[in-house]
Design a protein around this ligand. Structure first.
Ligand SMILES: [Zn+2]
Ligand SMILES: [Zn+2]
Length: 232
């Protein structure tokens, strides 16, 4: 890889050693992208064209709604509504041809299944993933750090191993997978034991056994599956 641009944020996220480090990076990208779109970018014509074309998903609309800059959001909505009007959504469609209606439906489908912020985060995350793979391959200390992580969530485990397949050698690929699956396997075994303990607590034969950490087994399992690092 010619340029490694994200070494510092990647190492910072890996130093936390709590939850999935890639989730941590994705969250930073998400926050940065939401702030970007609600800031000066909202006034840039190029960005406006893209936000009009792609729209936003419910999660990001609600995040933007929770932010302070209401004028930015209102200006973006003004432009977005104008775009919808141009797409003919509320125009007189009583005599519209099937072909024209199909084109309108196509545009609506595109904007209702896309999100400007999600797309931006995904593009940047792809670069992070490539950088992670490069650093893992070139720095033994980073491999050590990888093995010290709490886990990698299913989504990022898949993304890392899928991307690494075309970027690293066959010999290194097995070691790369094992470094990532190894830590995750440890967490999975502990979750599995705790969920079983939790289920057993409903059986009178096991009621005398204290639940301990298994009390929050359901929450911890769902956090792992969703890649959510934020619950205490
Ligand atoms: Zn993750
Ligand atoms: Zn989104």
């Amino acid at each position: 890889m010619k340029e490694v641009i994200y070494t510092i944020p990647i190492n910072d996220a890996y130093d936390v050693k709590c939850g999935c480090p890639v989730c941590c990076l994705e969250k930073q990208l998400n926050d940065e992208s939401t702030e970007y779109v609600m800031g000066a970018a909202m006034m840039e014509p190029d960005v406006r064209i893209e936000t009009n074309r792609l729209g936003f998903c419910p999660k990001h609309f609600s995040e933007m709604l929770g932010m302070k800059n209401r004028l930015s959001l209102a200006l973006m909505l003004q432009s977005y509504l104008g775009e919808l009007l141009e797409k003919g959504v509320v125009a007189d469609t009583s005599h519209i041809s099937k072909k024209d209606m199909e084109a309108i439906s196509g545009k609506l489908y595109e904007s209702s299944h896309n999100c400007f912020i999600c797309n931006r985060v995904n593009e940047k995350l792809e670069l992070f993933i490539k950088n992670i793979i490069y650093i893992w391959e070139s720095e033994p200390e980073f491999r050590e750090k990888t093995r010290e992580q709490e886990y990698f969530c299913p989504k990022h485990l898949a993304q890392l191993t899928r991307t690494a397949k075309s970027l690293i050698s066959k010999r290194n690929y097995s070691a790369f997978c094992e470094d990532h699956f190894g830590v995750t396997r440890k967490l999975l075994s502990s979750l599995s034991e705790d969920v079983t303990k939790f289920c057993n607590s409903y059986n009178y034969m096991f009621r005398h056994i204290p639940l301990g950490d298994a009390k929050v087994a359901i929450e911890r399992t769902i956090d792992f599956l969703n890649g959510d690092n934020e619950r205490d």
